[in-house]
Design a protein around this ligand. Structure first.
Ligand code: FEO
Length: 167
């Protein structure tokens, strides 16, 4: 694999860790609002992002390359509402998708078939993640003035868990 591609994969590993950081900050915002279910949703999301990072970490290792860790920007720690937080999360996922597509373009240009195959999992994952956030935003908009439905959603998200699949 060429250096541009391996560097971009390493950058994505760091961006996935940054995503975990972003979602942990959202979880903290929700905890501060006493919305423990929404907080749990974003803590679980942060775990998923760490898993994504470790998937790339292992892949680099398997390909005889070494992951290097970089510093990260301060995530947004304040939101005006839960809906605002989900809208930011959705935009964040759209940026992740853009980056994964860019990585795929680099792998295609390099005719790096193993990496093209590896990235397919991430492409599918992004379809799921964007769809999940989009659906939740639509629901939140619909129940905007119905506090019962809002707290039911909070209770529902308290049950979300993440069991990491094999890397
Ligand atoms: Fe790792 Fe939410 O993309």
């Amino acid at each position: 694999m060429n250096e541009t591609l391996s560097k971009a994969l390493n950058d994505q590993l760091n961006y996935e860790l940054y995503s975990a950081h972003v979602y942990l900050a959202v979880a903290a915002y929700c905890s501060g609002e006493s919305l423990d279910g929404f907080a749990n949703f974003f803590m679980v999301q942060a775990e998923e992002e760490k898993f994504h990072a470790m998937k790339i970490y292992k892949y680099l290792n398997d390909r005889g390359l070494r992951a290097t860790l970089s510093g990260m920007d301060t995530p947004i720690n304040e939101y005006s509402s839960v809906l605002d937080a989900y809208e930011h999360a959705y935009k964040h996922e759209q940026e992740v998708t853009r980056r994964i597509y860019h990585l795929s373009d680099l792998a295609l240009n390099d005719r790096e078939h193993a990496t093209i195959q590896f990235l397919k999992w991430f492409i599918d994952e992004q379809v799921e993640e964007e769809s999940m956030f989009d659906t939740i935003i639509n629901k939140l908009k619909r129940i905007e003035k119905d506090s019962n439905a809002f707290f039911m959603m909070d209770a529902e998200f308290a049950t979300r868990t993440f069991t990491p699949p094999a890397l």
